[in-house]
Design a protein around this ligand. Structure first.
Ligand SMILES: *[C@@H]1O[C@H](CO)[C@@H](O)[C@H](O)[C@H]1NC(C)=O
Ligand SMILES: *[C@@H]1O[C@H](CO)[C@@H](O)[C@H](O)[C@H]1NC(C)=O
Length: 302
């Protein structure tokens, strides 16, 4: 749920900045980026609120349950072999006996009535929700009869919303894209600082970016690159790790996919910090790998 919220937040921020990014001149005064309202953004906002309400409800239910059953329940929980078991997306834990548990495919995904929950896959096929995509992949990788076709063994979400015809990324848009992307990263970082959602290390880099013109774009670029390099934390951003900036933006920004592809210059499916800097048209000398420290503060935050 948290990750989904973060994705939506990302889309929201991008919507607010990139939608009018081309016409917006550099702001003289600090202003929260979320004040610009675009229709897309409203939609994302509504969805975000709905999620938050659902999450609060879920928490209340859990607490109620705990209060009712009390200490007896705690004893039972200790016996549950699913307690420490982590299952991948599309799978849930199932207890076999007191000591054994296994991950099995999600049996039924929640019915999604909201069309905005639909997703488009790498086969350019609309699925009802990301749960249904993960579930289908699970079926096809575990010999389940509900697997509709072999091709779904590697099915994954490419973007949110129904599959549609993607307008082409025009040459002049692409030419301007690195600048807008840099601007956007800087604004996202500033926004997170305003919301006090940056760790102290990130915050220091953000303040540097505000005061030192040389570091304005580079610090934001470094921060985002470190942030994207999640699991595995190997100093390279894989295609999979690009998902959080790609999937929510594809329908808003037609140049995001070709832009991100262009970052991987040697086509080894990994984007190094130098490659990232180059495609954002930043100076190589200014880019310093500050991720070690970032990773530490990030981990201690979580
Ligand atoms: C993907 O599907 C949509 C909707 O069916 C269609 O309009 C579009 O042309 C398709 N795109 C590709 C690349 O086939
Ligand atoms: C800005 O940052 C650069 C790179 O770290 C540094 O060399 C320069 O001295 C800084 N300038 C100011 C005014 O602090």
């Amino acid at each position: 749920m948290r990750t989904k919220l973060q994705l939506l937040l990302f889309a929201l921020l991008l919507g607010s900045i990139l939608v009018d990014g081309a016409t917006q001149h550099r702001r003289k005064h600090r202003r929260r980026t979320t004040t610009t309202q675009a229709p897309v953004e409203d939609e994302v906002m509504n969805m975000l609120e709905a999620d938050e309400i659902a999450e609060q409800d879920a928490e209340v239910t859990v607490e109620d349950g705990r209060n009712e059953v009390g200490s007896k329940r705690q004893g039972l929980l200790r016996m549950d072999p699913c307690i420490d078991k982590h299952c991948d997306a599309g799978r849930v834990c199932k207890a076999i006996d007191d000591d054994t548990a296994e991950c099995v495919c999600v049996d039924v995904c929640d019915e999604e009535v909201d069309p905005r929950r639909k997703v488009c896959t790498n086969h350019n096929e609309t699925f009802g929700s990301d749960c249904e995509v993960q579930q289908m992949r699970c079926f096809c990788n575990s010999g389940d009869a509900r697997c509709r076709s072999h091709k779904y063994q590697h099915v994954h979400v490419v973007y949110y919303g129904e599959c549609r015809e993607m307008p082409e990324c025009k040459e002049e848009d692409m030419a301007d894209f690195p600048r807008r992307m840099r601007d956007w990263l800087f604004n996202i970082m500033r926004d997170l600082a305003d919301r006090q959602e940056l760790s102290s290390h990130f915050l220091k880099m953000q303040r540097e970016a505000e005061t030192n013109h040389t570091l304005r774009w580079t610090n934001a670029a470094i921060w985002k690159w470190c942030d994207l390099d999640g699991e595995p934390h190997d100093r390279a951003v894989s295609r999979h790790e690009l998902f959080p900036i790609k999937a929510p933006l594809m329908t808003l920004e037609h140049c995001i996919a070709p832009f991100l592809d262009s970052c991987d210059r040697d086509d080894d499916h990994k984007i190094t910090l130098i490659e990232w800097g180059k495609c954002l048209q930043l100076n190589e000398e200014d880019l310093e790998d500050k991720c070690d420290e970032l990773a530490e503060t990030k981990n201690s935050d979580q």
